[in-house]
Design a protein around this ligand. Structure first.
Ligand SMILES: Nc1ncnc2c1ncn2[C@@H]1O[C@H](COP(=O)(O)OP(=O)(O)OP(=O)(O)O)[C@@H](O)[C@H]1O
Length: 928
């Protein structure tokens, strides 16, 4: 197994002979082994495999393992006793299923179909529905309330499953054959209808074809008779034509000889006539040339006259022109004088204009200079205004400052008065002290007798006096400082050159100066404006005069130009007259040249004319000679022509006869051709095919026509004919014959099948009865052995109809009434089923048998009996028992443990019983 249900890994289990017990805890995968065997043998019912859909049998993973995509089970069986009819010692059946749904079966590694596999195991006791696999569910099936459902065990044991399958197949075939026969019969009856109708139509069509053939032959003969007629006519005409041809050739020969003679003479006459023609042409040419010369001469004379007239006219014209020219020259001189006058006047006016223009320009320059000066003065005044307003502002500030300073100084001065007073008093006091000191010092000095004797005392007095003096001096200096500090000095400050009052005075004088400036400027501006006004007035006047002068000048210019253009016009006319005089003179010279040329030409032409006159007289002589020769030859020719005409008339008649005959022959040929063509078109055959029999036709045209009419009547009386009827009938007939053949084959097959079915049924019934009787006997004894007494009975529900009859089981455990199995206990039911199983085994043991927990419901003593029985059969069959019962396990020769060491994944462990050690292992295992 690989990937089958919980057997994720590849697992191989070898079942030894005798009884093998499959052990293991709940859910470890024991029943999966049974499922695997059922599955590999072709089980299709997912319910029976305990799955919802077939895919569920593939290992679908655990917490630690991924699901697999394929499940595979191989069952290997010995084939020693020719279990199945395969020439091999071993039989290996393999089934594989992919998650995608693909399924494969192999027999000894060769792909096989499921049907082949099933057929192989029929009647071997192995198979999905046989008795080799006994599960709890199967027991229920054996003991089911429906007696018909148990039949399969008996049939398998009686080896009639195969027959049954064959019988079923034969019956299926029979039903199919019946169905086919019915279908063929219905088609046949339909085909028969068209068969009959087409058969009739085909007869009529054949008759139609015969008549058409007859008509064709008659019409063909009619055509052949016509053809014969044409052939005869054609021969006759051909002969006539030959004769007329000969006659025509004779006449033609005579005509040819006359023609030859005529041609010779005619050639001579022609040559002479040609010569005559040439001479005539030349003469004619000379006449034309002569007349040309005459007309040329008269034309030249005419031209000479014309030229002489023209020269005369031109000369007269020149004289007139010269007169007109001298008139014009006079007129032009007058105009020139006028022009000079105008030029002089124009120069004077121009000078006036220049003077005025200059005056206007000078005045304008002066006006603009004045305006500029006005502007400058105004700007200067503006600047003065600005300066004034700034100074007035400064003056305002200064006045404010003076008032403020004065306030301050006055305030300070009042404070200093006390200080001053104090300082003056101190000063007075010091002065008084000084006065005192001076008087004391004077006293001291007066008091001294001799200053030389009292030097030291004087020095002392002097020193002391000096000290007092310096002390008083310090006091006076200090007092004076205090006094002078307290004295008001701001007036001086105000009046100092950099003082505030000085500055005010400066501003005032500056303001006055500015005002004067502005006033002066204003006066100047007024003067300038006044001057400009008088200048403008003058300019206006100048301009008026200038305008007039300009107009005058223009008018004068116009007049001068007019006179000039008149004078130019006269010049132009004089020039033109000069040109005309020149042109006239040229013309006269040219005409005179031409006149000379023409006179030369007249001399030449007169010479040519004389030459022509000479040629003309010699040609006229030549012509007279030729005309004489021609008239003598022409007389001979007309005689011969008359002779020729006679023969030509004869030839015409013979030729006409010849042509008529040819036309007649062509007509006959055309008609024959038409006859062939019409025949081909009408009958699609060639009339020439039948020409060989043209002289074998016995009947005349009239008889043939009558026969054709009668055939036509008969064709008409046939009415409408299905032309395809013969082919259609052949087709239908083929189909009809084929279907008839098939029907016969089907009926033979049906008979054969019926016979086979009867044989199978008979044979099956015989075999079934035989086996049934044996199993019935065995069941009774097995029942007694398993139950330790009692009675077990089997009964056919319909003994008359053995092959459909159900089988009823009656069981009477020891000491109980014979009763229907539905009333038995679970254990009793298991035992009864086991009895049935063994009863069957006695008749036909299957090579192996799987028993899945069928001992579950049995008590200790019954398990014992069950085991004993199993051991008995273990010689003939291999038993694999799934059980939880220790007694059953003890009866087995091999123990097969299924574990789930890895959760969710089953694993097989095999333990063969025999040595004590192994027993220990088993015991340990069982204890676990
Ligand atoms: N497709 C599958 N993939 C993996 N595990 C599966 C699959 N199908 C069934 N199983 C597992 O197989 C186990 C059932 O095994 P089985 O019925 O053979 O047990 P058992 O040994 O006969 O148990 P018990 O003694 O109870 O009858 C369940 O645990 C189930 O999950």
């Amino acid at each position: 197994m690989f990937g089958f249900k919980s057997f994720a890994d590849k697992t191989e289990i070898e079942f030894t002979n005798g009884i093998s017990a499959l052990l293991g805890p709940n859910g470890c995968g024991k029943s999966n082994v049974v499922d695997a065997i059922k599955w590999v043998l072709g089980e299709q019912a997912t319910r029976s495999l305990r799955a919802e859909k077939m895919e569920d049998i593939i290992f679908n993973g655990t917490e630690d393992r991924k699901a697999l995509n394929v499940a595979e089970v191989t069952l290997t069986l010995e084939n020693d006793e020719d279990l199945v009819q395969v020439d091999a010692p071993e039989l290996s059946v393999k089934r594989r299923l992919f998650r995608s749904g693909e399924s494969e079966y192999y027999l000894n590694n060769t792909p096989v179909k499921l049907k082949e596999l099933r057929e192989l195991f029929l009647d071997t006791g192995i198979g999905k529905s046989a008795y080799s696999i006994m599960e709890q569910g199967k027991i229920d099936q054996i003991l089911s309330t429906k007696p018909e459902e148990r039949r399969y065990i008996f049939e398998e044991a009686a080896s009639i499953t195969k027959y049954k399958v064959k019988g079923q197949e034969a019956e299926r075939k029979l039903r199919r054959t019946d169905e086919n026969i019915r279908q063929v019969e219905s088609i046949l009856s339909e085909v028969k209808r068209s068969y009959d109708s087409l058969e009739k139509q085909a007869g009529k069509t054949e008759q139609y074809h015969t008549l058409r053939e007859q008509r064709f032959e008659l019409e063909r003969d009619l055509n052949l008779l016509k053809l014969r007629d044409y052939f005869e006519k054609k021969d006759k005409k051909t002969r006539n034509l030959e004769e007329v041809g000969k006659e025509r050739n004779g006449i033609k020969t005579t005509i040819d000889s006359i023609n030859e003679h005529l041609e010779e003479n005619l050639d001579q006459v022609n040559t002479m006539e040609n010569e005559l023609n040439d001479s005539n042409k030349r003469l004619y040419g000379l006449t034309i040339e002569k007349s040309n010369l005459s007309s040329q001469l008269s034309m030249i004379h005419e031209r000479v006259r014309e030229l002489e007239d023209k020269i005369q006219q031109d000369k007269a014209q020149e004289h007139a022109i010269n007169e007109k020219k001298s008139r014009l020259e006079k007129e032009r001189d007058e105009k020139q004088k006028q022009i000079q006058d105008y030029t002089k006047r124009l120069t004077e006016v121009g000078e006036n204009i220049d003077d005025f223009t200059q005056s206007i320009k000078t005045s304008e320059q002066r006006v603009s200079a004045n305006e500029k000066e006005e502007k400058r003065l105004e700007l200067e005044n503006l600047d003065y205004d600005v300066q004034m307003s700034n100074l007035q502002q400064d003056l305002q500030h200064l006045t404010d400052d003076i008032v403020h300073e004065l306030d301050e100084q006055l305030k300070k001065t009042s404070e200093n008065m006390d200080e001053q007073k104090e300082a003056r008093e101190l000063l007075l006091e010091s002065v008084q002290q000084l006065e005192k000191l001076i008087s004391r010092q004077r006293q001291n000095y007066d008091d001294l007798a001799s200053p030389a004797d009292q030097g030291e005392a004087i020095a002392g007095i002097l020193t002391r006096g000096l000290d007092e003096l310096s002390e008083i001096h310090g006091t006076i200096a200090e007092s004076f400082q205090r006094y002078s500090d307290a004295a008001p000095s701001f007036i001086e400050d105000f009046l100092a050159p950099e003082g505030i009052i000085t500055r005010k005075r400066e501003i005032d004088s500056r303001l006055l100066e500015l005002r004067n400036n502005i006033e002066n400027n204003r006066k100047l501006i007024t003067g300038l404006a006044e001057e400009n006004r008088s200048l403008q007035e003058k300019i206006r006047e100048y301009r008026g005069t200038l305008q007039e002068l300009l107009v005058n000048k223009e008018r004068m210019k116009g007049q001068k130009d007019a006179v000039q253009s008149e004078s130019d016009g006269i010049d132009q006319q004089i020039n033109e007259l000069d040109a005309r005089i020149l042109e006239n003179r040229q013309k006269i010279a040219e005409d005179e040249g031409r006149l000379k040329g023409l006179e030369g030409r007249i001399t030449e032409l007169k010479k040519d004319k004389d030459e022509l006159l000479k040629q003309e007289s010699s040609l006229q002589k030549e012509l007279q000679n030729l005309e004489k020769g021609i008239s003598s030859r022409n007389k001979d020719l007309s005689k011969k022509e008359k002779e020729l005409q006679k023969h030509m008339d004869q030839l015409g008649k013979v030729q006409a006869r010849h042509e008529t005959l040819q036309i007649e022959l062509t007509e006959i040929t055309t008609e024959m051709k038409n006859l062939y063509t019409n025949f081909r078109e009408r009958y699609s055959r060639d009339l020439s095919e039948f020409e060989d029999s043209i002289y074998e036709i016995q009947h005349d045209t009239k008889t043939i026509r009558e026969e054709i009419a009668s055939v036509k009547d008969r064709l008409k009386s046939l009415g409408s004919v299905n032309l395809m009827a013969i082919e259609e009938f052949a087709e239908v007939k083929e189909r009809f014959d084929f279907l008839n053949g098939q029907l016969e084959d089907l009926e033979t097959a049906k008979n054969d099948l019926q016979e086979v079915t009867t044989q199978i049924r008979d044979e099956s019934a015989r075999l079934f009865l035989e086996t049934y009787e044996q199993i019935k006997k065995n069941f009774h004894s097995m029942f007694r052995r398993l139950f330790g007494g009692g009675r077990g009975e089997l009964k056919l529900t319909d003994p008359e109809n053995v092959l459909e009859s159900g089988i009823e089981i009656f069981a009477q455990p020891p000491g109980k009434k014979l009763e229907n199995i539905t009333l038995l206990s679970g254990g009793e039911r298991s035992l009864t089923a086991v009895a049935m199983l063994f009863a069957t085994y006695m008749v036909k043991p299957s090579p192996f048998c799987l028993l899945d927990e069928i001992d579950a419901a049995l008590d200790e003593s019954n398990v014992g009996r069950f085991i004993n029985m199993l051991m008995e059969f273990a010689n003939t069959s291999q038993f694999i028992v799934i059980t939880h019962n220790k007694k059953t396990v003890a009866g087995a020769s091999t123990l097969l443990g299924i574990t789930m060491e890895e959760s969710g994944v089953s694993k097989a462990v095999s333990i063969r019983l025999g040595t004590g050690e192994t027993d220990e292992t088993v015991r340990g295992y069982l204890d676990r």
